[in-house]
Design a protein around this ligand. Structure first.
Ligand SMILES: NC(=O)c1ccc[n+]([C@@H]2O[C@H](COP(=O)([O-])OP(=O)(O)OC[C@H]3O[C@@H](n4cnc5c(N)ncnc54)[C@H](O)[C@@H]3O)[C@@H](O)[C@H]2O)c1
Length: 507
């Protein structure tokens, strides 16, 4: 049985590019001897120099002592041939993302390393099972998927291939912990956890853009300033580059046999063809100068006329919040059961669009504006019109909602506004990952917070929003569009109906 905590553990790293260097750094920092091999002559030496410099700069910043940095650098041993990996207990490959190259590397290594040596792959998009299939003993192969930059992204996916033996994943889990990373276990499926769970954010935002609901910058503002994401989806697409993100979107979609939830957008293919790759070329959704994203001007708040305000927000419990906004602005609150003939009608639907809500309440759609306060009335507010809302009534609503200085976004009619819709999609996909037993609910949330930097894990976030509300949003979207991408995962609908947490596993 492989003991990865033994003091004399020797780790081989093949492929000393971006990922190999990062893995080498955290391994050396945790007292592990690292042999570095790369097929490009000098690359392993360069990697040692590069990681050594990283460690030195950590010491200069006081993050480790000079002696520790020196000792860690001495643990990095570049080797000139694969044969010199013979004594390794574990070998991690971080070579080119090509199944044949990885298969033949592992097949060669089997003839070099001892019988108990674990072979791990850092692949992000290939099947661990397929890589292992080239080996005589595929049972010793496991997935060990780190994120870039490795020292800062403190999560690693540990993946069992179809024939991985039972000792492999526990050994990788223990090795991850030794290196100070949070291991999450995932079944060998497209995108594992992080790249699977991360599909919702961009694809739903693109869908919203494609439907003409809001501009790309407005979607970004809403998701950043209301929902609390660090970056908007279009900022993220620009940062990653469409040449990277669009092929990943297409690949995950195809690997899941055209699952509608992951359907990519023609908008990206077109922009890719136009060379609007993002920050690296200076033009993406935003323009970038000197690597800096240029601001997009926001529409000025109009000077709308004051009118009495009638509110229906019982289903969401946002009536008091809206009343406070109306009274704080000194506008007249229309107390009537039915709106008066002059009143602005504010509705606050959950999941449904403004049109459906106005018609269900029997209020005039020409005077109706829907408001989303899902993330709290003090955060950016979203105002949504029906196709026939009169501009004067919209102006009044925008003036009122911005009266206390809170930012307001204006969007067109959409079941679930922008934020409800994107969040519901993210929660639904995470629920389906749990439903397919790809990972445990706790590991899904840990992988997403650490790997994608979302403010909350998607399942905990679904709990905070209310599983019933998320389900309602998806059902409304499904009805409004007829698109099966919005069908609710059975994991979500059962837990919502039972009134239990989305983190509830089945015994
Ligand atoms: N860059 C990322 O953000 C990221 C994140 C997670 C996983 N990955 C995966 O990690 C792996 C490496 O990615 P990277 O970004 O570090 O690539 P990279 O291009 O920076 O480095 C790859 C290195 O492997 C070497 N190499 C190629 N074929 C080899 C072979 N047969 N034998 C020995 N060395 C060989 C190259 O010379 C190069 O130094 C890929 O499988 C990739 O999908 C990358």
């Amino acid at each position: 049985m492989l003991d990865v905590n033994q003091p004399g553990l020797v780790l081989g790293i093949v492929g000393t590019g971006t990922m190999g260097r990062g893995i080498a750094q955290i391994a050396a920092q945790s007292g592990i001897t690292v042999r570095l091999f790369d097929s490009r002559p000098q690359a392993a030496e360069e990697a040692r120099a590069n990681v050594g410099a990283m460690l030195e700069s950590l010491a200069a910043k006081g993050r480790m002592s000079v002696d520790e940095a020196r000792a860690a650098t001495l643990r990095l041993q570049p080797v000139q041939s694969e044969a010199e990996l013979a004594g390794c207990h574990v070998v991690v490959e971080a070579i080119v993302e090509d199944v044949k190259a990885k298969q033949s590397l592992f097949a060669r290594l089997e003839g070099i390393v001892g019988p108990d040596c674990l072979l791990a792959t850092n692949t992000s998009s290939l099947s661990v099972t397929a890589i292992a299939a080239g080996c005589e003993r595929p049972g010793r192969v496991g997935g060990f998927h780190f994120f870039n930059p490795v020292p800062l992204m403190k999560v690693v996916e540990v993946i069992d291939g179809a024939r991985t033996e039972a000792w492999v994943s526990p050994a990788l889990v223990a090795l991850a912990k030794r290196m100070g990373h949070r291991p999450v276990r995932a079944a060998d499926t497209p995108g594992f956890i992080v790249n699977h769970a991360g599909r919702g954010f961009g694809t739903e935002a693109l869908r919203i853009l494609q439907e003409g609901i809001a501009s790309f910058d407005e979607v970004d503002r809403i998701l950043r300033e209301a929902a609390g994401f660090r970056m908007g989806p279009f900022e993220l697409l620009d940062l990653t580059g469409l040449d990277v993100s669009h092929p990943v979107m297409e690949s995950v979609y195809e690997q899941f046999y055209q699952e509608p939830r992951f359907r990519p957008s023609y908008l990206l293919r077109q922009r890719l063809a136009a060379g609007l790759l993002g920050r690296k070329v200076g033009h993406g959704f935003y323009s970038h100068e000197g690597g800096k994203q240029q601001p997009v001007s926001t529409p000025a708040v109009p000077h709308g006329e004051r009118r009495p305000v009638w509110v229906s927000a019982d289903e969401t419990g946002w009536r008091d919040a809206l009343r406070n906004i109306v009274t704080a602005a000194g506008w007249t609150w229309d107390e009537g059961q039915r709106p008066s003939a002059e009143s602005l009608c504010l509705v606050a639907p959950l999941g449904r669009d403004a049109t459906t809500t106005a018609l269900a309440l029997g209020v005039d759609p020409e005077r109706t504006v829907a408001v989303d306060l899902l993330f709290g009335p003090e955060r950016r507010r979203t105002a949504m019109t029906t196709p026939v809302t009169r501009p004067a009534f919209l102006d009044s609503a925008l003036t009122l909602l911005a009266a206390d200085g809170t930012a307001v976004s204006r969007i067109h009619d959409s079941a679930g506004f922008v934020a409800q819709r994107v969040l519901a999609t993210i929660v639904n996909i995470a629920c389906d990952i749990a439903q397919q037993r790809i990972a445990s609910p706790e590991d899904i949330d840990a992988a997403v917070t650490l790997g994608l930097g979302y403010p909350k894990g998607p399942l905990a976030w679904g709990d905070a929003l209310g599983p019933g509300r998320v389900l309602k949003t998806l059902e409304a979207l499904h009805i409004a569009t007829g698109d099966p991408r919005y069908r609710a995962s059975p994991w979500l609908s059962r837990r919502a109906r039972l009134g239990v947490s989305l983190l509830t596993s089945e015994g």
